[in-house]
Every structure is written in structure tokens, then in C-alpha cells.
Ligand binder design. Structure first.
Ligand code: ZN
Length: 314
């Protein structure tokens, strides 16, 4: 069987203010600002990308900071928690750091034998840090955080469904995941080589209302595929299964297809190439506003419409 899915690629969420978003993800969490561009469908809104040094698939968190849009609500048919992977011995450091920046967090909890911290970003987006010693990735080394303690990339995402089975069937079928643990209504799946960055937790529970889109909610989760060829192969299978998959869209840094999984969460499958160095040098990623070619003639007016942002004081 050809491998069509490797694990997570990126998570994209809606945010409020761009500066607060930058301070939280690049400042407090110490991710690299990889790309400062615009929402290709709404050029008056930034699209900010964060991740490791090169923006490896499985490390990329992206935001549309819409400014003053209302907050959403966590609930079913939604990706409710995005978990990042950190070394076990760094957990004390992270608790001190969250305290330092007055970010409230729940006391450490355990899931599938791993300890994690749960908190929210400034817009209420669910974030976790999962302590583990199986992650060999390096993360972004050049933030104000000691490289030994830095976030390595994603650990997992939690998909909150009312019924788990249809989503599990899709993930374990066409999407080539395997169930590696389960308990208390929660299933852990992995793709590709497994390990942090490939985990998807499916939570089946009717205890919450349906999630509502707004600031502080995830818009979609993207899974990684190796190439345009593997993308077309899985696209054909998704189409045949009646999942209403879109045509391939060029997102400049990757190529994307989208569809809704049976529980209602928007899924994307994104190619690993070409990556973030397509329009900036690797050591200059995120340093200036990048526009796709068709928007370049409008650069002056687009720039004038965006809030200037800068990382200072971290
Ligand atoms: Zn996406």
C-alpha cells in the first residue's frame, strides 16, 4: 500500500488581535514566526504561520487574526485541543513560564500515561503541552527559550465528536491511521511512522453543545502527504467515497484539498513541498510581509490596511 498520509501537517485557527497572537505563539510559546502573509481570500487579514526552524509538517500552527470578531465556543464537531510536544523534564519550566505571563493552566493531568498541561491562548483556543521522551525533533532553537525545553512540534489534536465511529472509520480506512490506545470514550490514532506529530485523539461525547466558529476556535486541521501524486491518489479515493473533496488549491507553501469528515470537522490534506523557503531565504523566514504574485500590484494598499506587528520584550 502506498503511504498517502504521514501525520499532521498544520492546524489553522481564528484569532482576534494579531499582535496578541504573535506575543503568545512566538513570544511565550517560543515558536518561530515562519511566514507573515495574508488570507488569500480576504487580503485585509493576516495569515500568520508559526512552527519549527523550517516549518516542518507536523509543527505548523497558523492563524487568521480577524481583530474584533466574536469568540467562538468549544464543543462537538470541532477540534477542541491542539497539543504540542515538550520534553518531560521541561514541564516545571513551562509551569513557571505560564505563571510569569499570567496564563492560567489546569493542574497537570494524565492521558494514556503522558502528563500534560492544559490552558488557553488569548482568544480561548485550547492548547496543551504534552510531556514525553519519545520526540526526536529539535523544535525552534533560536527563541528566548532554552533549546532543551523548547516545543518540538505538535504532539496530537483532539477531535470532539458526538459519535466516534464514522470518524474513526474514515481515519482508519482511507486515511491510513491505526488505533494505538483507547479508554473512557477516547481513542488515540497514529499515522505513518507514529510518534508525536502523528497522533489524533478522537473523543466521542454528547456532553457538550455543538462548537461554534469564532475567535479562539480551530478552522481546520491538515494532514501531510508526500507529493502532488499522493495527494491526487487520495483525492480520487475521497471523491469515490462521496466525501465532497475540493479541487487542489495552490496555497503557495503547499497544495491543498479540503473535505468535511463525517462528524463535521473540516479536514485538509496538504503536500509537504514546496515549503516556506519558496519566497524567503531560510534564515529570513517571517521577516517581511509576503504576498502571492497576484496581490503584489496592491501591496501598498494591503500593507496600509494591516496592523503593524512586531515581537518585542521576550
Ligand atoms: Zn490549511
Amino acid at each position: 500500500m502506498t503511504r498517502l498520509i504521514n501525520g499532521l501537517h498544520h492546524v489553522t485557527a481564528l484569532a482576534g488581535g494579531a499582535q496578541k497572537n504573535l506575543n503568545f505563539y512566538a513570544g511565550i510559546l517560543g515558536l518561530r514566526l515562519l511566514k507573515k502573509t495574508i488570507n488569500f481570500d480576504a487580503p485585509d487579514v493576516y495569515h500568520l504561520y508559526y512552527g519549527d526552524e523550517t516549518g516542518s509538517p507536523g509543527s505548523i500552527m497558523t492563524f487568521f487574526p480577524y481583530g474584533t470578531i466574536p469568540r467562538g465556543r468549544k464543543g462537538t464537531s470541532q477540534l477542541t485541543y491542539t497539543a504540542f510536544s515538550v520534553p518531560t523534564e521541561s514541564l516545571g519550566f513551562w509551569m513557571d513560564r505560564l505563571n510569569k505571563y499570567s496564563i492560567a493552566f489546569d493542574k497537570p493531568q494524565k492521558r494514556f500515561n503522558e502528563t500534560y498541561l492544559r490552558f488557553e491562548d488569548p482568544d480561548g483556543l485550547g492548547i496543551e503541552l504534552v510531556a514525553n521522551d519519545e520526540d526526536t525533533r529539535t523544535g525552534w532553537q533560536d527563541s528566548s527559550i532554552d533549546p532543551d525545553k523548547a516545543i518540538r512540534g505538535f504532539h496530537s489534536v483532539t477531535l470532539h465528536e458526538t459519535k466516534g465511529e464514522p470518524t474513526l472509520n474514515l481515519l482508519t480506512g482511507l486515511m491510513q491511521h491505526t488505533v494505538v490506545a483507547d479508554g473512557e470514550g477516547l481513542f488515540r490514532l497514529q499515522a505513518g511512522n507514529g510518534g508525536p506529530g502523528t497522533y489524533v485523539d478522537v473523543l466521542a461525547s454528547t456532553a457538550s453543545l455543538r462548537g461554534q466558529q469564532g475567535a479562539g476556535t480551530v478552522h481546520h486541521v491538515a494532514f501531510s502527504t508526500d507529493s502532488d501524486e499522493t495527494q491526487l491518489e487520495i483525492r480520487g479515493q475521497l471523491e469515490e467515497a462521496g466525501l465532497g473533496v475540493t479541487p487542489v488549491a495552490d496555497r503557495n507553501y503547499f497544495h491543498s484539498i479540503y473535505f468535511r469528515e463525517p462528524g463535521g470537522i473540516l479536514f485538509e490534506i496538504a503536500t509537504n513541498p514546496p515549503g516556506f523557503a519558496i519566497d524567503e531565504k531560510p534564515d529570513e523566514l517571517g521577516s517581511r510581509l509576503m504576498l502571492p504574485g497576484w496581490y503584489e500590484p496592491r501591496r501598498a494598499s494591503i500593507e496600509a490596511g494591516l496592523e503593524p506587528i512586531e515581537l518585542k520584550g521576550f
